[in-house]
Design a protein around this ligand. Structure first.
Ligand code: ATP
Ligand code: MG
Length: 437
């Protein structure tokens, strides 16, 4: 038969190989422990939802929905999508399961893969993982602050340093119109120099212009009116209180008037966390700190539950990009804890009978809480003892043909090389004692 061409993984999709698993386990454990301590409960939602869920919540003129969503028709003709983010799904579940009658606040966390037809590059994939939290039913600024503390605590707790929290307020439907009016005024004469996408955004969703990464647009955005100057009284008061909380704990925050978030459903507080990237000072120019890739993004979304058919419920939450966080952990050379329990002894064997008996012994030791190294594929005792050496175990048990037949085993002290023959019967207790001494 002609050699088959191997099938490759799809662009933007990744295998997570064993060497990377310690990072994934470490981050998952730290995250789930932390949010558990803060009183969050886990929710899993399906990877597939109705497209309309995201059209209605995220908005059909966002990048996520208009350009990046994996949508398809099911065999039954339903319009479906692989979830591009999870807040909409959690809100759907909140409404569907009647959580509005649960004691509030309802605090949920999630972890799982998301799908976006993004342009793959470092820290940007088409299947990626997000971990996140959502707090429902609390409109107090303390709730915004709690969400941000958890986010900062998460990144700090896994060993990342130089965190940079940027925050802004994008008001509410009551004050947003006056800001949008000010923006329109501002772009009246400058609009012709905006990038083609922003020229369209200027008409469809002018707030998004603030988010533009094009240099030409950034230049125009320099003297833009700031939302904080247009907030109504309650939004201004809310924002002030959020900041007071951050001051209280000396959080590393800065106000970022250009921060608006790409999703439609945000109200009031929006924030992003990244690591500071220091641009090295060149002669005569001071070194500047710029934010690296965004690791965590979130904010308040008081209108979303209602928008998706529930009753009016204030809410705040965020999502973290796990692949990006792991990239940063590697860059910062944060050491991962050993994932596999270390082997305490090694089982070496010769021949079929030896192998069979070794497997039984392996299980006996495992039940007694002693992990054994074993290499059943190898027949040379010498090669097996080399592995035992590498595993740095104190004892090796050798089951040769003779021992396997007469119910004994050779117990070898690895350091001294001293060996003795002892009965298999009761071997677990003998080994336990030796390991203790
Ligand atoms: P960006 O402006 O970088 O595209 P976004 O606004 O689309 O970000 P959110 O929807 O707020 O991002 O998602 C929250 C977090 O999820 C991001 O801060 C990032 O860490 C992560 N994330 C988003 N898209 C991707 C992706 N394609 N690949 C990997 N991580 C991603
Ligand atoms: Mg994006």
């Amino acid at each position: 038969m002609a050699k088959q061409k191997p099938i490759q993984s799809i662009k933007g999709m990744h295998d997570i190989l064993p060497a990377d698993q310690p990072y994934w386990q470490f981050v998952y454990k730290k995250f789930s422990n932390l949010v558990g301590e803060y009183g969050f409960e886990k929710i899993d939602t399906p990877l597939i939802e109705s497209s309309s869920l995201f059209l209605r919540s995220v908005g059909d003129d966002t990048d996520i929905v208009s350009k990046e969503m994996y949508s398809f028709k099911s065999r039954g003709g339903e319009e479906l999508a692989l979830r591009p983010e999870n807040t909409a799904s959690v809100v759907r579940a909140y409404i569907e399961h009647g959580m509005s009658v649960w004691p509030h606040p309802v605090k949920l966390w999630y972890w799982g893969p998301m799908f976006r037809h993004d342009q793959p590059q470092a820290g940007r994939y088409r299947q990626f993982h997000q971990a996140g939290v959502e707090i429902f039913g609390d409109e107090h600024p303390a709730s915004d602050a709690e969400a941000m503390f958890v986010a900062l605590g998460f990144l700090e707790g896994i060993g990342l340093k130089n965190l940079m929290l940027r925050i802004n307020s994008i008001g509410c439907p009551n004050c947003r119109p006056s800001y949008i009016k000010a923006l329109k005024e501002y772009f009246k004469n400058r609009g012709k120099n905006l990038c083609p996408t922003c020229k369209i955004r200027q008409k469809t969703n002018i707030l998004r212009v603030l988010d533009c990464k094009e240099l030409s647009c950034k230049e125009i955005l320099k003297d833009i009116p700031q939302f904080v100057d247009y907030l109504d009284e309650s939004c201004r008061d809310h924002f002030k209180k959020v900041i007071e909380f951050l001051d209280e704990v000396k959080a590393p925050y800065s106000l970022d008037p250009l921060l608006v978030r790409g999703l439609d459903y945000y109200t009031q507080t929006v924030f992003e966390i990244s690591l500071e990237e220091n641009t090295v000072a060149t002669e005569g120019v001071e070194s500047v700190s710029t934010p690296g890739l965004t690791l965590i993004a979130g904010g308040r979304y008081n209108g979303l539950v209602e928008l998706l058919g529930g009753s009016k419920t204030p809410a705040v939450g965020w999502a973290a990009g796990i692949e990006r966080i792991i990239l940063e952990l590697k860059r910062a050379q944060v050491k991962m804890p050993e994932m596999r329990p270390a082997a305490k002894i090694f089982l070496a064997q010769l021949g079929d009978l030896g192998k069979r008996k070794s497997l039984v012994l392996f299980e006996e030791f495992r039940r007694a809480g002693i992990i054994a190294g074993i290499s059943l594929g190898r027949d040379s005792i010498k090669a097996q003892l080399r592995i035992a050496n590498r595993l740095k175990v104190r004892l090796a048990l050798i089951l040769g043909q003779k021992e396997a037949l007469d119910g004994t085993v050779i117990l070898r002290e690895m350091d001294s090389g001293i060996q003795e023959v002892i009965p298999v019967e009761g071997i677990v207790e003998v080994v336990k004692k030796r390991l203790r001494s």
